[in-house]
Design a protein around this ligand. Sequence first.
Ligand code: NZQ
Ligand code: ZN
Length: 387
Amino acid sequence: MILDNFVLYRPTRILFGEGQIAAIGQQIPANARLMITYGGGSIMRNGVFEQVRKALAGRIWVEFGGIQPNPAFGTLMQAVEVARRERIDFILAIGGGSVIDGTKFIAAAIPYGGDPWEILAARRSVVNEAVPFGCILTLPATGSEYNAGAVISRPETGDKLDFHSEHVLPRFSVLDPTTTFTLPDRQIANGVVDAFVHTTEQYLTYSVDAKVQDRIAEGLLLTLVEEGRRVWSEPDNPAVRANIMWAATVALSGQVGAGVPQDWATHMLGHELTAMYGMDHAQSLAIVLPALLDHQREGKRSKLLQYAERVWGISQGNEEQRIDAAIAATRAFFEEMGMPTHLSGYGIDDSGLDDVTAKLDEHGMQLLGERRNITLHDSRQILQAAL
Ligand code: NZQ
Ligand code: ZN
């Protein structure tokens, strides 16, 4: 099998490095009716907002704060209302994946004619335009700063759904690794694990002899393991932060997955776990991935063996033993990052797992994985194995 045809389009200008926030004035049209979106206030405490204020001196803007982790539809609709009222025509998102994803939704919902919930529920692209926006990233994890996707939650109904549109590719994204020095340990770990799993979703499938994509993936995984371990002993090292930041951006930039089979079952199961139990996005992935790799070892055999050898240096033993060792190494790495890899680590038993499977069904996730052969029954087995 060989690579599929692909089109890769990224109009986003990346401004990488310390001090780049000062350059945002040139990226935002001078006469823009600007809205600034942010989360729970970390940017007020760590000096990021102060840098923005300086960079935009002399301008006026509307602020919308309070976008929560796993951004909620209801909150975002309040922002849409403000933006429509103020005739906002450019948005600046400052924060992690939740603020950026939330801003993508706001940007698409402002000009949307119908009920904006359709943007998420339609399961096909209904977005034909969006208000332009730029980002200042403060948490390397999701890659949202350089991609066309967003994931939005509706806690009242237990939904967590994604949408994709070229119209929500950011105009620019500032990646200043020094903004990440104030991240709590849990968020550092979340970022490394999320970027790791973004890479495996596009790499641990079946081989199509895509050497560039495979080696980009392996380079990312090796970097995330190396720097993910190092960040605990060298938290003030800007090089470590920079490597983690760029790895997370590249992991979901379209390069790894261009023309190759993609899995994403771990993410789909993980989203349901977050919607049901409220755990962080990356925590849900650390639980699902090891169990899923074990369950899917036949279909993923050749890639698991390649992963074992090239990422973990495992070359001893028969095929089963090498695959077992690679899965164990993955699990151990997540645990080393402080993340439990079993549902029991969060006090969760099997009593709600039928409900999780029912939500997968409701969301059209009856067949998952790179071969679309992970049935609801298989998903239930994977969750059971993750207890
Ligand atoms: O809200 P504030 O006060 O800013 O605090 C945040 C938040 O509490 C804090 N934080 C961020 N930068 C900080 C900081 N604290 C101190 N110093 C800093 N520099 O970190 C907390 C978590 O932030 P959040 O944005 O929720 O984290 P993350 O970037 O991991 O985003 C997770 C969301 O992205 C979605 C997830 O499902 C989840 O909803 N994803 C988006 C994807 C995409 N658009 O492509 C793909 C991913 O697979 C993922 O699903
Ligand atoms: Zn993710």
